[in-house]
Design a protein around this ligand. Structure first.
Ligand SMILES: *Cc1c(COP(=O)(O)O)cnc(C)c1O
Length: 369
């Protein structure tokens, strides 16, 4: 049996007609840049997320960059974030000229440990940037309280967490700006790159809207130095066709996670995802800790199962961030997570036979040690 980490063909088969019609409609209009399809998608996304304003952008990375630029973050500033995330989180901070300041993660959820944020604050801290990793929200209340007490904004990296909730609040609506990605492997994935920013602030919305088009308003008059951060109409059309299915896909991922959790309950050496009771997790990834991780990973690969390490090298240990001066051991929980975890296939369309096969193969690989 073959079980890929992600099978986008299975999902496409179920929605092919809707997607192809939506794409064909855009070709008929020949309006490829912004326009009514992008606007309609932004409205539908704002409603889905529960955010007053939403703006389609070119990628999740550009969503983060745009958020930082709109908040005026740049050289001399510091932004507190986690070292255990996709590169774009800290890469975007560095690209503004600001300094990423890392704090270690909570080993249960792999998210920023809020208890460590306060001592990372300085007079130069201009924002806190938590990530809702794997589809589970970070512990936002203490982070928001700390940020409010210092009057600094919070940017949520919700790239893996569209539709995730924390104490009933939706990812991307708790901080000052929420950033989303429609990279094909996210729970809502486009036919290429795409992203979204959300905010409740009309001022920030307006700034981001003009920064998305080179800071231009009106045409050929530039108020700010922005960039080309636009979402394509073709992407918006595909995403609009997929959005009505998103909640059902979340639920299928959650059922798959329940299946794995039950299967692995008999083996205490496999540490299954710890989801806090006040959170609705959308399982963009299902990540477990296992003993002898690299041997287990090889056994799964040899059995034709798609597995991946998210992420093998924490950001403070990346060569490009050597200038930040962090040494090995600076963030022990991030380093331990990088050494002990692996992600299993969790996509909605997994069959029962595939799930059984993955669970049995992992159990056998762990026990054979
Ligand atoms: C995917 C991702 C991004 C970047 O999104 P792109 O659309 O690939 O640019 C940023 N942060 C996190 C946590 C992500 O998972």
């Amino acid at each position: 049996m073959h079980v890929p980490l992600l099978d986008l063909k299975a999902q496409f088969a179920s929605i092919k007609d809707d997607v192809m019609h939506a794409v064909a409609d855009v070709f008929e209009t020949q309006q490829f840049i912004l326009g009514p399809v992008v606007e309609a998608f932004e409205k539908e996304c704002a409603t889905y997320i529960g955010a007053p304003y939403a703006l389609g952008v070119s990628s999740g990375t550009d969503a983060l960059l745009l958020a930082l630029m709109a908040l005026g973050i740049g050289p001399g500033d510091e932004v507190i974030t986690t070292p255990y995330t996709f590169f774009a989180t800290a890469g975007s901070i560095a690209r503004t000229g600001a300094r990423p300041v890392f704090v270690d993660i909570d080993p249960d959820t792999f998210n920023m440990n809020p208890a460590l944020v306060e001592r990372a604050l300085s007079s130069r801290t201009k924002a806190i940037l938590p990530v809702h990793l794997f589809g589970q929200c970070a512990d936002m209340d203490p982070i928001l309280a700390l940020a409010a007490s210092r009057n600094i904004p919070v940017i949520e990296d919700a790239a893996q967490a569209i539709g995730a909730r924390y104490k009933g609040r939706s990812a991307g609506t708790m901080g000052t700006i929420g950033c989303f990605s429609f990279f094909p492997s996210k729970n809502l994935g486009g036919a290429g790159d795409g992203g979204l920013v959300t905010t409740a602030s009309p001022d920030l919305f307006h700034r981001m809207k003009i920064l998305r088009v080179h800071g231009m308003e009106p045409k050929y008059y530039h108020q700010l130095i922005g960039g080309n951060f636009r979402l394509d109409a073709l992407q918006a059309a595909v995403l609009r066709a997929k959005l009505p299915h998103l909640d059902a896909w979340h639920e299928m991922r959650r059922r798959n996670a329940d299946f794995y959790n039950r299967a692995f309950a008999q083996c205490p050496e496999i540490v299954t995802p710890s989801v806090k009771p006040d959170r609705y997790m959308i399982y963009n990834q299902y990540v477990v800790r296992v003993p002898r991780r690299d041997a287990v990973l090889s056994a799964l690969k040899a059995a034709n199962i798609g597995v991946e390490i998210y992420y093998p090298v924490p950001l403070h240990q990346q060569r490009c961030f050597a200038y930040l001066g962090y040494s090995k051991g600076a963030f022990p929980e991030a380093e331990r997570a990088a050494a002990e975890t692996l992600a299993l296939p969790i996509y909605p369309e997994l069959t029962d036979a595939q799930k059984h096969y993955v669970a049995e193969t992992l159990l056998a690989a762990v026990r054979s040690g």
